[in-house]
Design a protein around this ligand. Sequence first.
Ligand code: NAD
Length: 486
Amino acid sequence: MSVNRPHIEPGRLFIGGEWREALTKDRRNIVDPSSGKVITSVAEAGTGDVDAAVTAAREAFDAGPWAHTPGRVRARVLHRVADIIRRREDELVAVESADVGKPVSLCRAVDVATAAEEYEYYSAMAQSVDGATRQLPIPSHAYTRREPLGVVGAITPFNFPLVLSSSKIAPALAAGNTVVHKPAEEAPLSALLMAEILAEAGVPDGVLNVVTGGGSVVGEALLQHRGVDKIAFTGSTRTGRHPASTAGQALKPVTMELGGNAAQIVFEDADLDKAVGAAVKGFVFNTGQFCMGGPRLLVHSSLYETVLEVLAGAVAGVPVGDPFDPETVVGPMAGERHLAKVEEYVRIARDEGGRVVVGGERLELDGGFYYRPTVIADLGNESRAVQEEIFGPVLTVQRFETEDEAVALANSTPYGLASGLHTTDLSRAHRVAARLQAGIVWVNDWAMLDPAMPFGGVKQSGYGREYGPEALEAYTKVKSVIISLA
Ligand code: NAD
């Protein structure tokens, strides 16, 4: 289904239920990655704006009805959010695609659909935020209460703005918290549209506040603010160390969803068509800007050259181009700095002896930030292009001989967000899944995600989980109440 390029009004901050200019009066231009042209601007907030947003969220939590509203009533509001997302689907698709360069077909099927499902899922969960009674060996009535944490500072990255902000805001609100959201500076537009949608759904003033601006000013002010009770951070491992240690100093709960560099293992008994399909999906999905992408393919040596040959043909046939063309599968990178990073890693891979099987260059199109999907073979495991997170449409392919070697290679980077394998041997599927160091393991496919299944990292990919009842727990605290019956 086609979507027209949108006209997007300049954005303001959403604080205490009102749209405001930043106290700084500064603005930031927002660039369309498919043309490099400015499409609109948003307010560039300062510390005073963050203070106003946290104050509004604090008041809404302390004095407002939201935290004390029965879960069933909060559930109705969150369900309305899901309904409005679906009703305003075209608008959300157009804005997110123009902001990030996402193909409209992907944006509709994945980003917007997932955001609606997230609100729907946590609408249901809002009805079961409850405690338990316990039997004690003293005369007493003892029970636990699950209570909201207070004001949540949500900081999100550029690659899935709508999905990742919803994966924080929906469970936080379901549990009765209030939120100050700081979206990525280069992709803030859907966050502003969502503020409008949540208000339309009946989320009370001050319960969601959106403050646009840079990480070192707005993000930092949110981290440092005493009025914030929890930090929910998604971003790179490099940036994430700072929020983690700042929250640690302040003894605030924090969830850290950080970088990834997953491997897909293709065993000798794999269904080759399925495995190659998953491999392509794993590295071209969202133009490779996917924390749970599979940029490392580990192939049994008996299949290595065959897989490279099939991959080369499959990858060359992937439609790359204008994200507003419904046939497009791979759009531009989200920004010039992301494109430059990919170019640098492909240069490094060539210097390190990598063989470029397909791609390996940018695509000159309309002044946009395009890079051709690229497959690189024959790199050693110590190569930087293998060990580090490239975050672009680049797949490295390595060979292995034994199951032990495959597992060791898969686990050999500092990351542990996702991992996967392709096999028709059921015992091997379970055996290897248990040995892979990752928050989620996929067998015989890639990128199967659902709000009901928790995801998150191990090792340098972070800690805490989003999705599932686990996310709801991360936005609540447990209180024990013991009443003497003596
Ligand atoms: P980034 O780390 O550069 O930025 C993430 C957010 O942190 C942005 O909003 C940024 O403004 C903010 N920030 C920067 N400095 C800050 C500071 N000093 N204090 C507070 N906030 C600050 O990440 P990015 O480039 O936007 O996103 C890509 C990265 O995110 C990749 O590494 C990717 O793997 C990771 N990611 C992880 C997940 C996950 O679920 N684990 C999901 C998506 C993306």
